[in-house]
Design a protein around this ligand. Structure first.
Ligand SMILES: CC(C)(COP(=O)(O)OP(=O)(O)OC[C@H]1O[C@@H](n2cnc3c(N)ncnc32)[C@H](O)[C@@H]1OP(=O)(O)O)[C@@H](O)C(=O)NCCC(=O)NCCS
Length: 156
């Protein structure tokens, strides 16, 4: 994969059906995303909130005009580590038919470069414990198993 083959851009409202379909096409995602019918207004509301947040970016990755990947980036300011900033990467997906061609690797390297530019001290992400292949992917790229994640569910 030549990194220059990929175009990274911020998502537009019109991308949402494509992005949600990518999130849904996944063993975990199909349980939690809307799969049929017109897209729920909740997705559009979420997009509006992300677009308005100065430290959040919903990314679209294209190759040859086709959307092949997506991820969400957040830069958090905090007091710890002497006021360090940190990037959180979330909702990483590569189009199923395009996996295994280093698109995911190029996406992570791109995000890490943006984190450096933003003055972040670290890049952090969580991955569902069932995603063992993704864990190997992140470790290969230099991410280390540094923390245990805990979730307190509020949704019914
Ligand atoms: C994980 C993922 C983003 C990697 O993107 P990619 O473009 O396939 O990655 P690369 O080509 O750079 O690297 C290939 C590695 O990714 C991982 N990978 C490949 N296919 C995968 C899949 N279907 N699911 C999970 N990981 C996969 C493997 O570690 C693979 O290495 P291997 O072929 O030696 O097993 C992508 O496969 C994906 O979207 N998977 C499903 C959703 C997911 O797990 N997202 C991460 C949430 S934390």
């Amino acid at each position: 994969m030549n990194a220059t083959d990929l175009v990274f851009r911020d998502a537009k409202r019109a991308d949402l059906p494509t992005l949600v379909a990518m999130l849904a096409n996944d063993p975990l995602g199909h349980l939690r995303e809307q799969i049929t019918g017109p897209l729920s207004p909740a997705y559009y509301a979420a997009f509006k909130a992300i677009a308005a947040a100065p430290d959040a970016r919903l990314m679209v990755v294209q190759r040859g005009g086709v959307v092949v990947g997506t991820m969400q980036l957040h830069v958090l300011s905090g007091l710890t580590h002497q006021g360090a900033r940190r990037m959180i990467i979330d909702a990483v997906r590569v189009l199923e038919s395009e996996r295994g061609q280093a698109i995911g690797e190029t996406m992570m390297r791109w995000a890490i470069a943006r984190a450096r530019e933003s003055g972040c001290r670290s890049v952090r992400l969580t991955s569902h414990r069932s995603r063992t292949r993704a864990h190997g992917f992140y470790e290969r790229l230099g991410f280390v198993r540094s923390h245990l994640g805990f979730t307190y569910e509020l949704a019914p």
